[in-house]
Ligand binder design. Structure first.
Ligand SMILES: O=P(O)(O)O[C@H]1O[C@H](CO)[C@@H](O)[C@H]1O
Ligand SMILES: O=c1cc[nH]c(=O)[nH]1
Length: 244
């Protein structure tokens, strides 16, 4: 039952999938945090794995960079593999003075310069918001772990290299907690196909100050965020009365 982009069988994915942009970050998460891991997707090297975290079956798969890429994977996971919950575990840039490299941010909503949600929403502006219960679970998990996460609007950019010099200052003025490239699209896909989505990101660079982590750090050093995401799944289960 493979799709053009995923060569897993139905049942290979858990009901909940953690999704980093980087497939090598997906592998790192699987190898570091999950037991009984098996690889479930190899197409285009967009590594996908299913394993267990504290007994709870969870999958992790890369979604690539940008809204077009995450939209393909999220849609296929929901409609072809029955996935109901998608949690993006990303990196992002900061624009605010009070958000620094390695801070954790949670995307309550996501602004964007992409047109995808207008396309799907009849030309109108869709408020791209995360699932409330999932977001609460992420916030509570962060609090439990002693992490002061920032919760607010992300900006999901179409262009990593934005040629407009004024954009970063505008985003700062609107208190954007992080600039990344997928959340608004992920929230739109989830709304269109009846799934739940949320986003947690670690700040990898400060766009206005110039601080930046290298690619290895972006792949392998966001353990605090991974623990928040994994623990949020258990919290969310408990809130729904589901146990593994
Ligand atoms: O590190 P990931 O999760 O890929 O997230 C961010 O990094 C990529 C750009 O470098 C974009 O995908 C952006 O959203
Ligand atoms: O999309 C991204 C990710 C990290 N930093 C940015 O500036 N943009």
């Amino acid at each position: 039952m493979a799709t053009p982009h995923i060569n897993a069988e139905r049942g290979d994915f858990a009901d909940t999938v953690l999704m980093p942009g980087d497939p090598l970050r997906a592998r790192y998460i699987a190898e570091t945090f999950l037991d009984e891991v098996r690889e479930v997707n190899t197409v285009r090297s967009m590594s996908g794995y299913t394993g267990r975290y504290k007994g709870r079956e969870i999958s992790v798969m890369g979604h690539g960079m940008g809204i077009p890429s995450v939209s393909i994977y999220a849609k296929e996971l929901i409609t072809e593999y029955g996935v109901g919950t998608l949690i993006r575990v990303g990196s992002c840039g900061a624009v605010r003075d009070d958000v620094a490299v390695r801070d954790v941010v949670i995307g309550l909503g996501a602004c964007t310069d992409s047109g995808v949600n207008r396309t799907r929403f009849g030309g109108m502006d869709f408020a791209a918001t995360a699932d409330f219960a999932l977001t609460r679970a992420l916030a509570d998990a962060a609090s439990d772990l002693g992490v002061a996460a920032r919760i607010g609007n992300l900006f999901s950019a179409d262009l990593f290299y934005d040629p407009r010099p004024e954009t970063a200052e505008l985003l700062k003025r609107y208190a954007i907690v992080g600039v990344e490239m997928e959340a608004a699209g992920l929230y739109g896909v989830a709304a269109e196909f009846g799934a739940r989505a949320a986003t947690v990101c670690t700040v990898s660079d400060h766009i206005l100050k110039g601080d930046s982590l290298d690619s290895t750090a972006r792949e392998r050093s966001f353990d605090e965020m991974m623990e928040i995401a994994l623990e949020s799944v258990l919290r969310d289960d408990a809130a729904k009365g589901i146990t593994s």
